[in-house]
Write a protein that binds this ligand. Structure first.
Ligand code: ZN
Length: 309
């Protein structure tokens, strides 16, 4: 079976202030790594745009209108301390969502087994009606609701190995027993949420925080003792991965010490869960990862795992 790679050059047109870590070069680095011969068998698609109706699966219309209205004709407009819009941001955001839901459609139709969406901006900090942490709309959350509402999928698990806690995804699904959100992340660290005691209204939130300095051994223990047993027992019909690579040892924004092989290992373990209850169906969306070399190599290891198990 085939793995789908979704990209779009519009992802390069979301500009951020000078020196900002969430920059267009992130996608250039991933694109370059995935041009290698060993990725020849990937199916490749350009991300289409999306509709407000799809965004509204997770965000209220007045919030969508607020983000659209904030889009500047020139220059940069800041929505919070570290989240800014440039003239190209809205198009990038819409294609990040459109690409991810298209990938889900392809997976649901059985045309590909799984997919990786190399788009930006990321999404997992975006709450129901609040942009934050480089994020505007929550792409992973929208994919989960999309496969439920448009494809009749019952249970979706979202597993997030970005080094930051996905506060937005947790907030959106806090009271939704049909979606399980599982996260490993460094704590304490931005955004401050993600304690194990945060379990959701239906015990559907699973947080396994790590400490600064932890490496692949501690990460794998958290996966094997907490994340994988809970996600597996949930028997998801579809799996979404919030694939941030900022837990890499080279990353400048955090202090975990993962290497490429750890991301590949986690990916293979998640594929086992998807194989067991979801016919292998996975859509993985890029979240963070701010060291270009660590990001590119980790994304390549992740995609290699998706391709070959
Ligand atoms: Zn992050």
């Amino acid at each position: 079976m085939t793995t789908l790679l979704v990209t779009h050059p519009a992802g390069l047109d979301h500009l951020t202030p000078s020196g900002h870590p969430e920059r267009p070069d992130r996608l250039r680095a991933i694109d370059q790594a995935l041009e290698d011969e060993r990725f020849q068998s990937l199916a490749r698609e350009l991300a289409p745009t999306t509709t407000d109706e799809t965004i509204a699966l997770c965000h209220p219309p007045d919030y969508i209108a607020e983000i659209r209205a904030a889009s500047p004709a020139s220059g940069l407009v800041r929505l919070d301390a570290d989240t800014a819009m440039s003239p190209g941001t809205l198009e990038a955001v819409l294609r990040a969502i459109g690409g991810a839901t298209m990938a889900a459609d392809e997976v649901m139709a059985g045309r590909v087994e799984n997919a990786f969406c190399a788009m930006r901006p990321p999404g997992h900090h975006a709450e129901t009606a609040r942009p934050m942490g480089f994020c505007f709309f929550n792409t992973a959350a929208i994919v989960a609701r999309h496969v439920q509402k448009r494809h009749g999928v019952e249970r979706v698990a979202i597993v997030d190995f970005d080094v930051h806690h996905g506060n937005g995804t947790q907030e959106i699904f806090w009271s939704d027993p049909t979606v399980m959100y599982c996260s490993t992340h460094e704590m304490p660290l931005y955004p401050g949420s993600g304690a194990p005691s945060e379990r959701g209204a239906h015990n559907n939130i699973v947080n396994a925080p790590l400490r600064a300095g932890d490496g692949g051994d501690k990460f794998r223990i958290a996966f094997e003792t907490v994340i994988l047993p809970r996600a597996g027992a949930f028997r998801p019909d579809f799996l979404v991965i919030s694939a941030g690579f900022d837990a890499h040892m080279r990353d400048p924004l955090a202090n975990l010490n993962l290497v490429e092989a750890d991301f590949a290992w986690a990916t293979r373990k998640l594929m086992e869960i998807a194989d067991a209850s979801a016919s292998g169906r996975i859509v993985s969306v890029l979240e963070g990862g701010y060291d270009l070399q660590g990001l590119a190599r980790s994304a390549a290891a992740h995609v290699t795992a998706l391709m070959h198990g």
